[in-house]
Structure formats: C-alpha cells, structure tokens
Design a binder for this molecule. Structure first.
Ligand SMILES: [Zn+2]
Length: 50
C-alpha cells in the first residue's frame, strides 16, 4: 500500500492504474482528479508529506 499524496488516502499500487512520475519517483492516485491536482502543483503536495 502507498499513500495518494493528493488526498492522503491509502491506495493499493497493484490495483490502481492511475500513476504519475515526478522527479523519478512514481506516485499513485485514487482517482484521475487527484492525479490532476498533483500534476498541477506537485511541490505543494510533497511538502505536506513531512
Ligand atoms: Zn486521492
């Protein structure tokens, strides 16, 4: 399991097909909306991860 950085929901990376890569790291999302939000402002969501 991994965390959707956009909404902080747990997602199963083996089941979820929605994926984005940022700076060589793959991120997984629960929905296309979350991916779009992340792709727009990846820095914002990665900062909140701390
Ligand atoms: Zn999400």
């Amino acid at each position: 399991m991994t965390i959707d950085p956009s909404c902080k929901m747990k997602v199963d990376e083996k089941k979820v097909a929605i994926q984005s890569e940022y700076q060589g790291v793959a991120y997984y999302f629960c929905s296309p909306v979350c991916k779009q939000r992340f792709d727009k402002e990846p820095e914002k969501y990665l900062k909140e991860k701390k």
